[in-house]
Design a protein. Structure first.
Length: 282
């Protein structure tokens, strides 16, 4: 397996935080040097809590945050595929990749939050169609970012002799991130397209993580891909204690993760990522 440097990252939600707080968290993380990546999610309604709680747009925030930082990588964990045509998403991603000198990591998911789709009149197809659309999106993103002229005829999307300039700053393109542990659809999709597969942990069950990782091994073999080409990451919610966080990171690392993401649930004190970093880096 490829020898990768172990990475630490965190998610700081755009929910329940105003711009000065979000800005400070990113600038501190960039300056202090411990965290490798910081993530935002992509929602129109808060995924947790009451519907009237404030939430900002992650992609718009990226533009300002990329200009304020110089080292730390960033990405969506994950963007809802139902919100944007893949050509629009590709243009947003490439623009940010240039604005940040090649620091974007592009996570895209099928979409799941029924209430936000209902509230804003956005179509949320049945699960099977959502994953068909997501597979097509990754193929379109890859083609637009890597080919001089790109054509695509899918079940749901069509691209006709499209030129897409500029190409990304990163070559051949920003890394694709696929998150989820579904054995029938998500993990096979990750085997086809992911540069990083993210396992979402809600129980702390390392056997479940190892089982999902084994399924990824199988799915890669099925499509003829070397699983070593995929970074294995795991995310969990901050348990409320930096020492317990360090224990969880060690457990995932010992079980095969190459990257661990700590999700700080909102609202979060602006200095919490720095305090956790001090323990993890000790």
């Amino acid at each position: 397996m490829t020898d990768r440097p172990f990475r630490h990252s965190f998610k700081f939600w755009a929910q329940d935080h105003d711009w000065p707080v979000i800005r400070q968290v990113w600038v501190d993380a960039d300056r202090e040097g411990f965290w490798d990546v910081v993530w935002l999610n992509d929602h129109l309604y808060p995924p947790r809590g009451e519907e009237d709680r404030p939430i900002m747009d992650g992609w718009t925030l990226f533009g300002g945050l990329a200009a304020l930082t110089s080292r730390i990588r960033f990405g969506t964990m994950v963007s809802a595929n139902t919100f944007r045509h893949p050509a629009i998403l590709a243009k947003q991603a490439v623009t940010l990749d240039h604005m940040s000198d090649g620091r974007l990591e592009l996570g895209v998911g099928a979409g799941w939050h029924e209430r936000e789709h209902e509230a804003f009149g956005i179509d949320l197809p049945q699960n099977r169609e959502r994953f068909e659309l997501l597979d097509e999106t990754f193929e379109i993103l890859h083609g637009l970012m890597t080919e001089e002229v790109f054509d695509f005829e899918g079940k749901h999307r069509t691209i006709k002799s499209a030129r897409f300039e500029p190409k990304p700053s990163q070559k051949p393109r920003p890394p694709f991130v696929v998150g989820g542990a579904g054995p029938r659809r998500t993990i096979p999709l990750a085997a086809r397209w992911a540069d990083q597969w993210n396992y979402p942990d809600f129980t702390g069950d390392m056997d479940a993580f190892r089982s999902a990782l084994h399924r990824l091994d199988e799915a890669c073999e099925e499509v003829g891909r070397d699983r070593a080409d995929i970074e294995v990451s795991a995310q969990f919610r901050y348990p409320g204690d930096p020492v317990e966080t360090a224990d969880r990171v060690a457990a995932f690392r010992g079980s095969g993760a190459q990257h661990v993401l700590v999700s700080f649930m909102p609202p979060t004190a602006a200095d919490l990522p720095s305090r956790v970093a001090a323990t993890l880096g000790a």
